[in-house]
Design a protein around this ligand. Sequence first.
Ligand SMILES: Cc1ncc(COP(=O)(O)O)c(C=O)c1O
Length: 482
Amino acid sequence: MASDSTESNDPMADDFDLPSLSLKQQLLLEAAGKAVSYIGDERTGPVAPRPATASELVNDLRSRLTTSLDKPMSPSDALELLHWAGLQGAVRSTGGRYFGFVNGGVKPAALASSILAGAWDQNVALPVMSPVGSVVDEVAASWMVELLGLPASATASFCAGASIANVTAIVAARDYLLELQGWDCPTDGLIGAPKVSVIASAEIHVSVLKALRLAGLGTSSVVMVPTDRYGRLDPDQMPAIDGPTLLLLQAGNVNTGHSDPFDRIIDQLNPDDTWVHVDGAFGLWANASADRRRFVAGVERADSWATDAHKWLNAPYDCGLVVCADGTRLRRSMQMDASYVPSDGELRPLMNLGIQMSQGARAVPVWAILATEGKSGIEAMIDRCCDAASRFASRLQDAGVTVVAPVVLNQVLVSFGSDAQTDEVVAKVQSSQKCWMGATTWQGKRAMRISISDTSTTDDDVDDAVETVLSAWSEVGHRRDV
Ligand SMILES: Cc1ncc(COP(=O)(O)O)c(C=O)c1O
């Protein structure tokens, strides 16, 4: 147990085996021990501790964690309490058996390096604040551009997630499209500004619509282009482009994993007055795989992209990436100047490439993943998840389950007869605690949504999960021998 440093009056200080360590060092060792014990059963313990909405669990956590602010506890007791809370209330999304949402696990090198970066506690807003953070960021950002198959001249900037990346890119696009019309949006704002037309895939992710709201463009005038039955924009239904236009496309539909046909769409555009932004929170990673690249063909022809490292790359949260083909556009919209802020020098001032000023060294775990996996390792990670998704779908299909959309990446959509039956199967699987997948509505029908985004998922994990799903299906009345 840790105490306050060597000057501590803590009566428990004598208990320590390593009294020469500072409080910080002792607590770090303590936290590491607890983290190691948590991870010990991540592959075997219940995936979801109890149904996530169970009020008993929530009330228990609430009452134990609402400690007295008038009687602060020791850091060691706080760690003990958090460890207990984690064991009770954390969803084990890192043990290969969590298929809900597109969350992703965490690569060992990424987790360990993020602890190291936590000890550094760097603010990477400016190179002067963190030479190491700035250089790691520069290297990792350029590796990301290369791995994702984007133009080598593009500028990438880490941020909290794809939602923030979407806002950042859309603000840069808005400013550019208004500048084309002689309007200086960063200075004059949006009141009285000329119009920016917005066209989007009808299946564009909700975070892009939120980004439009935050960027002051709203959603009511967006022209939504219909999609096919797998959620891909139909290029034959693209409206005529009239003046400066923002076109919002999707790499990786959040349900089916399918992507818009970028080449066919972009071929129709006049690049001089159109800005194409792609939300590729997970789907852009298809471009890192020689086998899956064809599903996002032409995506590199866009003007900006949003993606995540905390999803399919399996970096810890919060880590997204915005990329702009023309980095000057990003800087023009994100620039902050103040007399106390030195922003010259050879390294990039990151606060001028994104929304945040202060920011942690998010690139450190990304660097660790990329440096330890290399190009072939990243490609294998992506392919392994896609192969696992295909295995999932074909084993379920062989057992008579309806696969709603052909599997192209890491997303599987299946249904079990009526909507009610599908929901019942999902609920039974969730409460089994053996694996976890969510439910969705796809083109008017309920479906089970299975995402293989944790790169530690093995074939055995898939096979066990298939068994869990099939036995849940039997329990809701399906006879497996029929
Ligand atoms: C396709 C897609 N786009 C954007 C987002 C938003 O990303 P983030 O959660 O990193 O903000 C998500 C999140 O699930 C997503 O799946």
